[in-house]
Design a protein around this ligand. Sequence first.
Ligand SMILES: NC(=O)c1ccc[n+]([C@@H]2O[C@H](COP(=O)([O-])OP(=O)(O)OC[C@H]3O[C@@H](n4cnc5c(N)ncnc54)[C@H](O)[C@@H]3O)[C@@H](O)[C@H]2O)c1
Ligand SMILES: [Zn+2]
Ligand SMILES: [Zn+2]
Length: 393
Amino acid sequence: MKAVCWHGANDVRVETVPEPKILNPRDAILKVSSTTICGSDLHLYDGYIPSMQPGDILGHEFMGEIVEIGSEVKQLKKGDRVAVSSMIGCGHCFFCNQQMWSLCDNSNPNAWMQEKLFGFGTSGIYGYSHLFGGYAGGDAEYVRVPFADFGALKLPQDIPDEKLLPITDAFPTGYMGADLCDIQPGDIVAVWGCGPVGQFAMRSAYLLGAERVIGIDRFPYRLQMASDFAKAETINYEEVDAGEALKEMTGGRGPDACIDAVGMEAHGIGPEGFYDEVKQTVRLETDRPHVLRQMMLACRKGGTLSMMGVYAGFVDKIPMGAFMNKGLTLKTGQMHGQKSEVYAEIAGARFKGRSRSLPRVHASSTPSRSEARLRAVQAQTRQLRQGLTQTLI
Ligand SMILES: NC(=O)c1ccc[n+]([C@@H]2O[C@H](COP(=O)([O-])OP(=O)(O)OC[C@H]3O[C@@H](n4cnc5c(N)ncnc54)[C@H](O)[C@@H]3O)[C@@H](O)[C@H]2O)c1
Ligand SMILES: [Zn+2]
Ligand SMILES: [Zn+2]
């Protein structure tokens, strides 16, 4: 089969590789109908995520048709049309049971590598380095889907691929970014980065009750989309100082919550930009944390920072004094895509004009949330299935 393979920084090739096989009774094989590129793939392409090996198949946002199932797959059958969450969750461990799928204890065979770097191992991710499990990705004609009963979301047949594909990653990430902000009525939410994650974060922030949403980027077409698709006010940070502009737009108080939808390859301007470029190039820091720094300074006192942009290792010159003295809260994580169906249905309900105050499923703070509550949310949202299309258009 053909697949997109990584061979080094800025070196990606379409190659002929062996087709995947069922390795475990809970696997399925998916024939990929559509796949797309994530901002996270850029971190691999640019060579900043360690432990990639030449020939690794890329891609963690894909959907298609189930063509083979292992003997213990219970919920799927051949011919099912599914979208697959980029995070691989076993469905049974402490973390999966609490809907924190990207923290699964059982899906990363290379967790030992992460233990050295992160203290504990996280879940595996398709096509996203050996540190995250070494799984073949979905930028290919076929892909093996481990723990298929939990990772593959069944989809209706009558909605085109391009409207459903964001459910694999960009949509749940943006939604989680807004969800982590614990938005209260009247809140102003600022979102750095108007890529796919930022767009869904902005739209979700309104869904969850924000009064105003402000999108920050430098590309006019992305800012235009933030305005048209997400109904956000916008700041072009190359034209004005983003921190000053935010202060002015919020009556001098600063946004109540700030979402980082940019991550480790943030574009910096001025001496700070130069500083991080140099330090990252010579590997004295792994990530460029411009946005994180800006958020800490721009956020109102007592506000919340939600970091969905990916960071890989170590950062420098974080204004910890501002963070501590202003009483800020920082929440973050890889998204929990297995909850996409819930997210989409809740969002769909909003766009169908139903109540804003639907129950919310908190990804990051789930330990205290009971399974019963989650089941209640799922039961309620199941009644709102019709909303799926509106959310993703
Ligand atoms: N946490 C998760 O589970 C998860 C999932 C998907 C993606 N991500 C991460 O989210 C981030 C965004 O993903 P995407 O697909 O939207 O990427 P993208 O590359 O399409 O968008 C990033 C945007 O950030 C803008 N940007 C760069 N520097 C900026 C700055 N200083 N201020 C404001 N904007 C700036 C860029 O112009 C670009 O439009 C990436 O880091 C990606 O790895 C995380
Ligand atoms: Zn992604
Ligand atoms: Zn698990």
